[in-house]
Design a protein around this ligand. Structure first.
Ligand SMILES: Nc1ncnc2c1ncn2[C@@H]1O[C@H](COP(=O)(O)OP(=O)(O)OP(=O)(O)O)[C@@H](O)[C@H]1O
Length: 922
């Protein structure tokens, strides 16, 4: 009987074939091989089946497609269009089986058996052979054969243990000791040939098994890696006796890893003068969005830690991939988030480089993808996806690929700039199913990886800018790491270091600091570098013109450094900015025509040591320039508008582009390029638009954005006119306040004549920002993280800034105090305790503080710690209740919910007498 055609296999049934009875009849099969095979079709869950299907598809031996409702377990196998020659080869391989089958009587066999007609056999080539056609010649569905019929097969050939299981035992460092797997020395019917690249794995095809597959031709050329780049001792290699199959594969794998490491060592090396500064990595989480939920996509947000929490959640780079709770064979997805220019690319390239030097040894293979270069709609096999789209050595051998498929836990896939994928949202909505076609769209492959179906068990590291739209996907991520940028001391160190060998620049730091607004952006490493470049160019020549806007800074740099800093700005940025009548509409702005693509995908030639890539900030500036040149004046107001109804395309103007755009519009540089749009009339129109805004109606994020834009106009009158519309109770709870945000907020609050109360909880505001804001005259009361506030007081006390301290203490409020975490209790305890230090500790009479008003006047405490921490938290809280003399209302709402326990009730009863003003206790 000829090869099977269109046979429906039920894998759930197939696994039943491997009964104990059946196994006991096998004479040359290692039981572990059977177990492994059964695991593939059974044990490890459905996703193991995906792996198998992938392997089968990839080998080209047969194509597997889901049938009916895409059930993964019912699959149709179709014969691949093999040549006659290859069929003969395959038949030859089965001669042992044929011989055995010949000994079978017709009675014992429910149907006639031919050389290729074995009830169910995974051949060494990884092909699945079914019972084939019925006597009538029609394809038959795979029928369960009663196990006794198998007894006639006394010898089923399973090749030695799969390559993966051998290689996975090997250490990652080189040279890899090659140990002979016991299975290799067993007497198998297909002896590994030293000259023929046959596969040893049940699922690993050999070159000769796959004559028609695209990989097959190249597989004849072994070793296939660019060996010139590998520092292996070739003379020794030639002395090596014809080795066992396993050894060949080990060498191949070693060579691949070694070549990959050498490549990464070269292309991801830091430039000599690159001042790498280790930035803080914070373990972050997402939580339901505070405040109004505007749309479905905005339901989640990243938690904003206070300084104490940030310290606690700080992570070392080497521990980035650590996960004690990781489930075996489960893909791990890590999202590395940070604003543009925070150093995400620098960091992941550093990881690649460090891997090449032996760190992150848990990974044998690291693949780096630059998402912006991936065309999501293009079709690739998964193998090509890995080896052709990532920065990778040229791999022509399928064994390396097989190793990767078999050892996903040793594979790290880095996708840099996930948000730069075309249509990143669409990427995750799709559902990945193993398809019959050998190639899949990049989009689908990524979906398969993200949905943990493809290469299950690997580690995915995605980098992305913090965007609200992406937050919803973070729920599917196992670990979220946020990059916080430079601390203020790191900024100073960086600038000093930059100019350290130039005595004439000894005042560079002070000079840069004087541009307060742009200096506040220096927590972003890229901006820090920009400011150094700016100082480099201007410190000697420029008469300081204060203040400097963001747009002015970039414009200045782009004018002066076109050639010197081509790597940052790309050549001809401004030259290209001509008016193109074809893009004079809003839609054209979706894809700015002038996009700076200065970063090249790392080439495998290894010559690229360029580490400076173009930042999105530069691209945004470029985009603003382009917009200015292409949009009609009358449309500009609509373009920068914050009102969704006014804007035709909300997505068209990201916040930073708007800032640049407004800044450029009001930038008085006399540039001929900008003159044609920079009419006074347009400026007036934009100013008028901002003047009509009611700041009190804007959400915190929008409010800040308006303030940035207004600051960019450098129009003090405009700002003054806006200040009066500011709310008297400003709450930024749940909105991150970066140093530039604090700067513009401070600017406007300074102008305010009204008394404003400020809520700065959950804003991640830094120490300096908190101090600057709360000490403002217009701020009469404020709320902030308790621990941050206590720290601020301590610093002021230690520095002897008693007047400020006194102001700060008097403005602070707590009312009502909600206990939502154990930390809230601990912080309240610390606040009550510091009272003694402040009131009694200072010998200085200027600090005439008898008590902390916030503590003295606290009237309401709402306790809601839930079951887990209820009792612990309450026992701590109850101790300080007597120190809250004005407490009138204690809300324990639902005692069982809070679970304060008998001890909690007991302690409460003991303190009850001291709570003189307590009126209600819920
Ligand atoms: N840790 C660092 N130490 C020193 N400089 C850094 C560091 N991280 C980033 N930089 C500087 O910032 C520049 C931009 O960094 P990078 O491209 O990694 O940012 P990014 O977060 O990937 O930005 P984007 O989201 O726009 O792609 C670098 O070229 C470098 O000059």
């Amino acid at each position: 009987m000829e090869d099977f055609e269109d046979i429906t296999l039920n894998f759930q049934d197939c696994k039943d074939l491997f009964t104990d009875d059946f196994v006991s009849t096998l004479t040359t099969v290692d039981i572990s091989d059977i177990e492994e095979l059964v695991n593939y079709t059974n044990g490890d869950g459905n996703n193991r089946m995906d792996d198998l299907l992938n392997v089968l598809n990839e080998t080209g031996e047969c194509e597997v497609e889901p049938v009916r409702k895409r059930s993964r377990k019912n699959c149709t196998l179709r014969k691949s269009p093999h040549s006659q020659k290859s069929r003969q080869k395959r038949k030859k391989k089965c001669t042992d089986i044929t011989a055995l089958n010949e000994s079978c009587t017709e009675n014992e066999t429910p149907y006639s058996v031919s050389s290729t007609d074995v009830p169910f056999l995974f051949t060494p080539a990884g092909s699945v052979v079914g019972p084939g056609n019925t006597a009538s010649g029609h394809p038959s569905p795979f029928t369960m054969v009663p196990s006794p019929s198998f007894k006639i097969i006394t010898k089923i050939i399973f090749c030695p243990a799969p390559l993966g299981s051998v290689l996975s035992c090997l250490p990652d460092t080189h040279p890899i000791p090659i140990t002979e797997h016991p299975a290799l020395s067993t007497n198998t019917s297909i002896p590994p040939s030293p000259v023929r690249n046959d596969s040893c794995s049940p699922f690993a095809p050999s070159a000769s098994d796959l004559p028609n597959s695209p990989e097959a031709a190249s597989m004849y050329h072994i070793p296939s890696i660019d060996m010139d780049t590998v520092n292996t001792d070739k003379s020794k290699q030639t002395q090596v006796e014809p080795v066992q199959q396993g050894n060949e594969k080990h060498k191949l794998m070693n060579s691949f890893i070694e070549a990959q490491k050498q490549l990464y060592h070269k292309i991801f090396a830091l430039e000599r003068d690159f001042q790498y500064t280790e930035t803080a990595l914070i373990n972050s989480r997402i939580s339901p969005k505070t405040g109004k939920v505007i749309s479905k996509t905005a339901e989640k947000e990243l938690l904003h830690y206070d300084l104490a929490e940030r310290e606690r959640e700080t992570l070392q780079l080497l521990n980035l991939f650590e996960d004690k709770d990781r489930k075996e064979m489960e893909t791990k997805i890590i999202a590395l988030l940070g604003q543009s220019g925070m150093g995400k690319t620098v960091l992941v390239k550093k990881i690649c480089h460090e891997w090449s030097t032996g760190k992150f040894g848990q990974f044998s293979c690291v693949f780096y993808f630059e998402c912006r270069h991936l065309d999501v709609s293009k079709q690739y096999s998964f193998k090509d996806f890995l080896f052709k789209l990532s920065s990778c050595t040229q791999v022509k051998n399928i064994d390396v690929y097989q190793y990767i498929l078999r050892n996903p836990e040793k594979v790290l896939l880095i996708f840099d700039g996930f948000d730069e994928f075309q249509d990143p949202e669409g990427l995750l909505h799709g559902s990945f199913t193993t398809s019959l076609s050998k190639t899949n769209k990049v989009k689908d492959l990524f979906t398969g990886l993200f949905q943990k179906k493809l290469l299950r068990g690997c580690t995915l590291l995605l980098t992305a800018r913090v965007k609200e739209k992406l937050n919803q996907y973070l729920g599917k991520v196992d670990k979220i790491i946020e990059m916080m940028g430079f601390s203020s001391s790191q900024v100073e160190w960086y600038i000093k270091e930059y100019f350290k060998e130039r005595p004439d620049f000894s005042n560079a730091l002070e000079w840069i600091k004087s541009f307060q607004y742009v200096f506040s952006y220096c927590y972003i490493p890229f901006m820090c570098k920009m400011m150094c470049l700016f100082a480099d160019e201007n410190l000697k020549s420029r008469n300081k013109e204060l203040p400097l806007s963001l747009a002015a800074l970039y414009y200045d740099l782009s004018q002066k450094n076109l050639h010197a800093y081509g790597t940052c700005f790309g050549e001809g940025t401004l030259q290209n900015c001509t008016v193109d009548s074809s893009c004079l509409d809003f839609e054209s702005q979706k894809k700015p025509e002038l996009e700076l693509q200065t970063s090249k995908p790392p080439s495998d030639t290894g010559n690229t040591t360029e580490f400076m890539t173009s930042s999105a900030l530069v691209q945004n500036f470029s985009s603003a320039l382009n917009t200015l040149g292409s949009i009609k004046d009358r449309n500009l107001v609509r373009y920068v508008s914050f009102d969704p109804k006014k804007r035709r395309n909300q997505e068209s103007c990201p916040d930073v582009v708007r800032r640049f755009l407004v800044g450029l519009l009001f930038h008085d540089n006399g540039s001929p390029i900008l003159k044609f749009t920079k009419s006074i009339k347009t400026q007036k129109k934009i100013a008028e638009y901002f003047r009509t805004l009611q700041l009190s109606e804007l959400c915190p994020h929008r409010l800040l954005e308006v303030l940035h834009c207004v600051y960019e106009t450098n129009n003090t009158r405009l700002m003054r006119s806006l200040v009066v519309t500011l709310d008297k109770e400003l709450s930024f709870v749940g909105t991150r306040l970066t140093p530039p945000d604090v700067f513009v907020l401070k600017k406007v609050l300074k102008m305010s004549k009204a008394k404003v109360s400020l809520d700065l909880r959950k804003t991640s505001i830094d120490h300096k920002g908190l101090k600057e804001l709360v000490c403002l005259k217009s701020i009469t009361s404020f709320r902030a993280s308790l621990s941050d506030t206590v720290n601020l007081w301590k610093t002021l006390l230690a520095n002897g800034q008693n007047i400020l301290l006194k102001k700060c203490i008097n403005k602070f409020t707590l009312e009502p105090f909600k206990v939502e975490s154990l930390k809230d209790v601990t912080d309240l305890v610390a606040l009550v305790d510091i009272q003694n230090d402040i009131c009694n500790g200072s010998p200085d009479s200027s600090l005439d503080i008898k008590e902390i008003p916030a503590v003295k006047n606290l009237r309401s405490v709402i306790f809601g710690l839930g079951k887990k921490h209820g009792q612990d938290g309450f026992l701590k809280l109850v101790k300080i209740l007597p120190k809250l003399p004005a407490l009138q209302h204690l809300d324990l709402n639902n005692l069982t919910e809070n679970h304060i326990g008998d001890r909690g009730v007991e302690k409460l009863a003991e303190t009850f007498a001291e709570l003189q003003y307590l009126q209600t206790m819920e």
